[in-house]
Design a protein around this ligand. Sequence first.
Ligand code: NAD
Ligand code: IPM
Ligand code: MN
Length: 358
Amino acid sequence: NNKYRVAVIPGDGIGKEVMPEGLRVLEKAAQRFDIALELTHIDWASCDYYLQHGDMMPPDWKAQLGEMDALLFGAVGWPETVPDNVSLWGSLLKFRREFDQYVNLRPVRLFDGVPCPLAGRKPGDIDFLIVRENTEGEYTNLGGVMFAGTEREIVIQESVFSRHGADRVLKFAFDMASSRDRRHLTVATKSNGIAISMPWWDARADEIGRSYPDVTIDKQHIDILAARFVLQPQRFDVVVASNLFGDILSDLGPACTGTIGLAPSANLNPDRSAPSLFEPVHGSAPDIYGRNIANPIAMIWSAALMLDFLSGGEGSGRAAHDAILAAIEHVLREGPRTPDLGGSASTTEVGLAIANLI
Ligand code: NAD
Ligand code: IPM
Ligand code: MN
């Protein structure tokens, strides 16, 4: 039985409140399913660290984390003291790029017992996967400001799409779709307005799709696609999107299922050449930090996705994942619930309730 090395990185704000609940459930599941974990607690990659050291991370961060099998991450960002582009480019976005975590997998699901903000929807109507490109696209630091501070000021912000980068995430999405019952892939595009990269992205999808005759492809412009998340969510099975479009869809999708406090994500390096990273979709939520009312389920579900990935989707890791998901389902049905779900329970109470069911 090999031992998985996991770096635990709470980060900022509610990252520090939901992480203990993620760990509580993770350790319970590891014990029950006899999974050996070696946890390394990291207090850097946080704005507090930045304020003390002038950098988000120590110079040898990559060597330290590169040793790990996985990274369990809370959230980073404290815009009151550190600009968001500095804190995020100095931590999370660096991990995604340097560890080549090119797939950001974000499940969206309506659970029994959770009031749906969309009229007339029941569990089963909303159950899809967002596959977000995670290392390139619209997220770059290429460009600059010219004639700064004058009337002639000009800002250029480049996007980068590589054939290697697009093809690998599209293949992953087609593989995912092809393994599911409905075998349906929605490709997010904007080939009408974004005149160079998006027609090219569509062509790459068509080309890759030729190897997947069993998967139906539906290309949709991002504007109407967003509208259909709200109006016809049952239409979606797997949705593949560029970095920015995937970011927006992965808050909108969970919002349609009641709260973003449930939504997990897996930042995957499918080739396993470096550690993958598991984190809630949400951020550090400065507006609720310090009250112990954040929903810990996104964090807990992310830990379950980590166990599943570490075990290659089989054996004890898969069993532990399934047990955690069943416990989450139970608590969403019966309570306790945090305020984002209309309840009055604390972060800790929800974490304890889920852990007790494992
Ligand atoms: P946010 O996700 O932190 O919060 C958005 C809203 O959702 C807030 O009203 C918040 O209270 C609520 N919310 C979020 N998570 C919740 C939870 N678990 N339970 C209950 N309510 C929850 O987004 P934001 O306000 O745009 O960003 C705040 C900071 O977090 C910024 O610094 C931003 O850059 C950063 N951020 C980090 C990540 C990440 O680390 N992956 C993701 C998103 C935002
Ligand atoms: C997310 C977050 C990040 C992103 C931010 C914090 C840079 O919103 O993980 O969805 O845009 O990828
Ligand atoms: Mn986001």
